[in-house]
Design a protein around this ligand. Structure first.
Ligand code: NAD
Length: 253
């Protein structure tokens, strides 16, 4: 794959797994993230930028730099997202709601806004947005996260319609719970709150999938590489869950 790929939140977690998978596939990789230390720990042959995807001016500058240095872009992996506050809707603070929407939804919008002209101009390319199973169901106590992850699906379906005539595709991946630091934090907090072990909480969540386990970041990365590749040349406007098949989005743990 000779693609030029930008991955937001590419310095750790799922985004870093995406960067590694594209690198192995032969693509040129550019990662954008807010975490300078995590960026510094990434391979130096990946281009790197410190960018908050919720902030329009740095996002615009990032795409201008990509255009200047690479001459264009083949794939945008719009992956940045934060979990946001945990509360019932009736207790949800507006500033926490807005902060979560800003990164997850505004960020995906801003990246698409500045990627679209580059992709249209070359008449080819792909956008892959990371949503969540929260964007297919709901997520108790995480209303802004669920709302934003539903929102990016509407954004992606609109992008697919606007950009399809220009040869550009847009798809969404909905990861289920992913093994790694973010979910370990959730498991630890819930175990402490409920007087359970981490493994009991894990088993409770995993029971909500027919495959009985969390997914791994590489599972998401592999799907992203596929969606960006010519093997998926007529796949657009699709929402693809990589979740071990959710059968109960709210298992009572
Ligand atoms: P993470 O919490 O591990 O964070 C990954 C990176 O995002 C970090 O390096 C962080 O610095 C960066 N980041 C945070 N805010 C940013 C911003 N405003 N601009 C740029 N970078 C920013 O995340 P993850 O678990 O790898 O999740 C990646 C994506 O997958 C997110 O959109 C998330 O909502 C989604 N997702 C994750 C899971 C999961 O279980 N981990 C499940 C479903 C969906």
């Amino acid at each position: 794959m000779s693609a030029r790929v930008l991955i937001t939140a590419g310095a750790s977690g799922i985004g870093r797994a995406m960067a590694e998978a594209f690198d192995v596939a032969g693509a040129r990789v550019w990662i954008a993230d807010v975490d300078k230390a995590a960026l510094a720990a990434c391979p130096t042959h990946w281009r790197q930028s410190v960018v908050d995807v919720a902030d329009e001016a740095p996002v615009a500058a990032l795409f201008a730099e990509i255009e200047a240095d690479w001459g264009g872009l083949d794939t945008l992996c719009s992956n940045a997202g934060i979990a946001g506050p945990t509360a019932l809707v009736e207790d949800m603070p507006l500033d926490g709601w807005r902060a979560c929407i800003a990164v997850n939804l505004d960020g995906a919008f801003l990246c698409a806004k500045y990627a679209a002209p580059l992709l249209k101009r070359q008449g080819a390319g792909s956008i892959v947005i990371t949503s969540s199973t929260a964007g297919q169901y709901g997520y108790p106590h995480r209303s802004p996260y669920a709302a934003a992850k539903w929102g990016v699906i509407g954004l992606a379906k609109t992008l697919a319609m606007e950009l399809g005539p220009h040869g550009v595709r847009c798809n969404v991946i909905c990861p289920g719970a992913v093994e790694g630091p973010r979910m370990e934090g959730v498991l630890a907090r819930e175990a402490a709150a409920k007087g359970m072990t981490r493994d009991q909480v894990y088993a409770g969540y995993a029971s909500g999938t027919s495959m009985g386990r969390f997914v791994e970041a590489t599972d998401i990365a592999n799907m992203t590489v596929f969606l960006a590749s010519d093997a998926a040349r007529l796949v657009s406007g699709q929402v693809i869950a990589v979740d071990g098949h959710t059968v109960n989005p709210d298992p009572k743990i």
